[in-house]
Structure formats: structure tokens, C-alpha cells
Design a protein around this ligand. Structure first.
Ligand code: FPP
Length: 256
């Protein structure tokens, strides 16, 4: 049996104690927008009709987040697994996203929304990548709401990419492996500098995370709603916030 003389990874400084008096409004809400296809099918419409209505629900949700004083909103618009969908649906989704960016950017800016994209954007064509970079640049000074759109995003891929970057930095002598702690590792994730989500909402009745923010959602409250994403509105948002406010968040500590 190998004799371990010293720990490979130094114990990190204890993570700062979260405020157990917990704010009743979550600082960061993350949403898995699910059910566009079922919404369309139940009306005998093509899937793209569900995605189109889904884009309207995104508009409503951004407004609801601002009105409720939520500072960070992250929405899962396209997963790394969604590339397995038929090419025509991918074209529909990317087309909708481009139209959303074009039509909303002015209003987002006027409303103080800063847009960020997480995920592997290199898989999109260059025009889309340019649109994404422009939207991020044009809104970078806004501070009222931080809107992150997860595109071609998968949490396992994100964590593996961070591990690769950490290993490369260690190999180059820029990072001492013994000093790698949670806070340092987080700096290598796509979400570096973003607070962890306090509340994750998933619509459509499915109850799973589907490779979304697996690291960041470690202590998030999960709220699953029966509503299909295209029908999601301010009342559903308010219901999720009310459910969040009822939860007793302990972050592993004992009940008081
Ligand atoms: C899940 O429904 C939804 C998606 C895969 C795409 C989400 C996209 C939008 C809401 C519209 C465009 C986005 C922006 C940011 C403007 P599903 O198709 O998996 O539904 P199903 O499970 O009922 O088939």
C-alpha cells in the first residue's frame, strides 16, 4: 500500500459561512426551460412554434427578474446534447436566438441588462459567434440584471475543460497543485466571477438537472413546475420565488 506522506491538495481555507439568515429573494435564479416541444405538439403545431413562444417567455422572465430585484438570471437555451437534434431544429433554434439578440439588445441595454454566454460557442458558425460577442460587448457596462444564456453548454464538459486548464497551468509552473482549492478551481469554470445559483427552476414537470450547472448548483434550492416553458409567466416566477422563500437553507449546517 502506498504511504502518503503529504496531501496532494492542500485543504482550502474554509468557504466563507453563508448567511443563514438567508435572503428571501434569491440573488441568482437559473432556469431549465423545458416543454417547448410538448407545448407545440399539444396544439398540433411544429416544434419551432413552441420554441418561438419559448422566446416570448424568455422576454417575460427577464422583465419579471428585474421587477423582483433578482440580480442574476441564467437560462439553459441549448445543451451540448441538443446538437443531437435534427439539423432543421438546430437551425430554427439558432435563428430564434439571433433574432432575439438583434431585436432585444437595445431594450436589454436600456433596462440595464448585461448579457453573458456560457458554453462551447466555437461549435456555432462564425456569424453567430460574432453576434454573441457583439451582444456581450454592447451590454458589458450594465449592472441591473446579469443575464447568462447557456448555449452548447454541458456541466461535465465545463468541469473537464476547467480540469484541463488547471493541469496545463500546473504543468507550466503557473499554479501550485497544493494550492488548488474550490475557489481557485471556480476561476477556471465558464461562470468565473458569477455567484452560485440560489434557486434552480425547471419547467414541464421533469425533475432532473440534465447536465446544468452541476458544480454551481451544489446548494441551490430546486423548484420543479408543471407548466410548459412557453406558458411560463410572471405568476409562475413569483410562485417559484415564494416557494424559495419558504425553504430552510442550511448549507450543511444544523437547523437553528
Ligand atoms: C426545451 O424544450 C427547450 C429548448 C431545448 C430550447 C429553449 C429555447 C428557447 C426557449 C427559445 C430561444 C432562446 C432564447 C434565449 C431566445 P424541448 O424542445 O426539449 O421540449 P420537449 O421536452 O417538450 O420536447
Amino acid at each position: 500500500m502506498p504511504v502518503v506522506t503529504q496531501p496532494v491538495v492542500e485543504v482550502c481555507d474554509p468557504v466563507q459561512s453563508p448567511d443563514l439568515g438567508a435572503a428571501s429573494i434569491p440573488a441568482h435564479v437559473a432556469i431549465i426551460m423545458d416543454g417547448n416541444g410538448r407545448w407545440a405538439a399539444s396544439r398540433g403545431l411544429p416544434r419551432v412554434a413552441g420554441h418561438r413562444e419559448g422566446a416570448q417567455a424568455v422576454r417575460r422572465t427577464v422583465e419579471a427578474a428585474i421587477r423582483n430585484g433578482v440580480g442574476w438570471l441564467t437560462i439553459y437555451a441549448f445543451s451540448s446534447e441538443n446538437w443531437r437534434r435534427p439539423a432543421s431544429e438546430i437551425v430554427d433554434l439558432t435563428g430564434l436566438l439571433r433574432r432575439y439578440l438583434k431585436s432585444e439588445i437595445k431594450e436589454l441595454s436600456e433596462n440595464g441588462v448585461r448579457l453573458r454566454i456560457i458554453g462551447d460557442r466555437t461549435r456555432f458558425d462564425e456569424e453567430i459567434q460574432a453576434d454573441l460577442a457583439r451582444a456581450e460587448r454592447e451590454t458589458q457596462r450594465n449592472t441591473r440584471l446579469n443575464l447568462t444564456i447557456a448555449l452548447s453548454y454541458g456541466a461535465r464538459a465545463e468541469i473537464a475543460a476547467a480540469a484541463r486548464a488547471v493541469a496545463a497551468a500546473a504543468k507550466a509552473g503557473e499554479l501550485d497543485p497544493a494550492k488548488l482549492c474550490e475557489e481557485v478551481f471556480e476561476g477556471f469554470l465558464h461562470t468565473a466571477g458569477t455567484p452560485d445559483p440560489d434557486l434552480v427552476i425547471r419547467t414541464s414537470g421533469e425533475q432532473r438537472l440534465s447536465n446544468f450547472l452541476l458544480w454551481q448548483a451544489a446548494y441551490a434550492e430546486l423548484v420543479f413546475l408543471e407548466v410548459l416553458w412557453p406558458d411560463f409567466d410572471e405568476a409562475h416566477f413569483a410562485a417559484a420565488l415564494a416557494e424559495f422563500a419558504r425553504r430552510d437553507r442550511r448549507f450543511g449546517a444544523r437547523a437553528g
